[in-house]
Design a protein around this ligand. Structure first.
Ligand SMILES: Cc1ncc(COP(=O)(O)OP(=O)(O)O)c(N)n1
Ligand code: TZP
Length: 449
């Protein structure tokens, strides 16, 4: 069943925070996202240039238009701008009664105020009592309580104070601004404290974290999750959104809420692509058998380079592709992390040319190189005997050196084949490179035909 979550928040023209972050989060969490826009900001990753708020009546009208049509399963507030808007939102939410998550946004990361000074008191006295959850960070919790927060213990005291003083059922004091290797969020709920923690990320992509986190809790509540379950999931969600942030802008980069669904989708796509390419090898098994070297072959494919971190993001064949009685055979179905050599080569390639996402090693022969030349393939020839000792000593250094050498011969973009002439104890090989495993298999087929 479709659930509806509404964001009552401002617009960030840079798309990193505000309603953009919220709607991306709702979509990633599988709920239908609706909006009641409060203010428009001319903003980017490093400053807020201008801001203008709508009338409280128009904010109410947006909420009512959604309510009268689809109903609202949960909501969240972000930038509310003025005391009049806060009063109107408190009044309408109080009447409709849907669970509301309040992100008590006061100041943008860039330092600009997002709420007028006289509105903070209205937020405390009018909005917090009708909210189910409030999600202050350290400076916001200090402003709401007048306390100094320097530890998890202080955060607990602040959370309990906010609940007792303003009546919000659940208080989440976020640990992002506290010190320590773990980012610990403290939750006060029904007289008990709960802690949710993730490793602290040293990331530049933090613009919109508060927005996406509160939206993720609202999405969980809209889906009917237990509040603690909704908060725990939101914590994992925001960890992923920060880790795979949008590397764009001169200031704090935007968080990436869609990483939550894009990464699993990418892994599935890569797996399916590889499976199809292995099918093509099976169909031409006798031909491919001629190209299997002593060390055997592997065919790998890395997920979208924006999301690739290590060999576990490269799908390949466990046990490699072998020559079994004159037929090329993948030893088993593809798996992530199944390759070491090919995976490291692909990671080195994609680090220099984002299109070079797939590769397969085949047997070296001068005839195959000649054939590649006749086909007009872009060829790089690497002599491993010239590899400096330092490169050999570094983990993954050899692959980087081979790839660097190869791409220096082809103007920075990947060649169709890298001819590795081998070294003592290292069999010469040809690595066929392409955008997809299907393209690689087609290139090998043309070479062998
Ligand atoms: C329109 C708008 N709404 C909210 C914010 C706050 O975002 P940010 O500065 O990234 O702070 P957190 O949401 O991460 O706490 C904004 N800048 N603009
Ligand atoms: C190219 C190469 N070099 C040594 S083994 C091998 C074949 C593929 O290895 P992996 O299965 O680790 O990708």
């Amino acid at each position: 069943m479709w659930r509806v979550a509404i964001t009552i928040a401002g617009l960030d023209s840079g798309g990193g925070a505000g309603i953009h972050a919220d709607i991306k989060t709702f979509a990633a969490m599988g709920v239908h996202g609706a909006t009641a826009l409060t203010c428009v900001t001319a903003q980017n990753t490093y400053e807020v240039r201008e801001a203008q708020c709508l009338s409280p009546q128009l904010v109410r009208a947006q909420i009512m238009a959604v309510w009268d049509d689809m109903g609202i399963d949960a909501g969240k507030t972000g930038m509310l701008g003025t005391r009049e808007i806060i009063e109107e939102v408190a009044s309408v939410v109080g009447k409709l009664g849907f669970p509301l998550v309040v992100d008590p946004v006061m100041v943008a990361k860039s330092g600009a105020p997002l709420i007028s000074e006289d509105a903070v008191d209205v937020l405390k006295r009018r909005l917090l009592p009708v909210a189910k959850v409030v999600t202050p960070n350290k400076p916001e919790a200090e402003k709401l309580t007048g306390m100094k927060i320097a530890s998890v213990n202080d955060a607990e005291k602040a959370a309990e104070f906010i609940h007792k003083e303003y009546g919000t059922e659940i208080v989440v004091v976020k640990g992002g601004h506290l010190e320590g290797g773990e980012a610990i969020d403290v939750v006060y709920y029904r007289g008990s404290f709960h802690k949710f923690s993730t490793p602290r990320l040293e990331s530049r992509a933090t613009h919109g974290t508060g927005c996406a986190f509160s939206a993720a809790i609202a999405a969980g509540l809209a889906k009917g999750l237990d509040p603690l379950e909704a908060i725990k999931t939101a914590k994992q969600f925001i960890y992923t959104a920060i880790k795979y942030g949008v590397a764009k802008g001169k200031g704090h980069w935007p968080v990436n809420p869609t990483a939550w669904v894009e990464i699993p989708a990418e892994r599935w796509r890569a797996y399916e692509e590889l499976r199809a390419a292995l099918e093509a090898i099976r169909k031409n098994a006798a031909l491919f058998a001629k190209a299997i070297p002593e060390v055997q072959s592997n065919l790998g494919y890395v997920i979208d380079p924006r999301y690739a971190v290590d060999v576990n993001d490269v799908v390949a064949v466990p046990g490699r592709i072998v020559n079994y009685m004159g037929e090329a055979r993948p030893s088993g179905p593809p798996a992530f992390g199944a390759s070491s050599h090919t995976a490291r080569k692909i990671l080195a390639l994609v680090g220099k040319d984002p299109n070079a996402r797939s590769a397969m090693n085949i047997k070296y022969s001068p005839e195959l190189v000649e054939r590649a030349r006749a086909l007009g393939y872009k060829i790089a020839v690497v002599d491993r005997r010239k590899e400096p000792e330092e490169a050999k000593k570094i983990e993954g250094g050899s692959m980087k050196w081979v790839v660097g050498e190869a791409l220096s011969q082809t103007g920075g973009t990947a060649p169709d084949i890298i001819v590795d002439l081998g070294d003592w104890g290292k069999e010469p090989q040809i690595t066929v490179v392409g955008r997809t495993p299907t393209e690689v298999v087609e290139k090998v087929l043309r070479l062998l035909s």
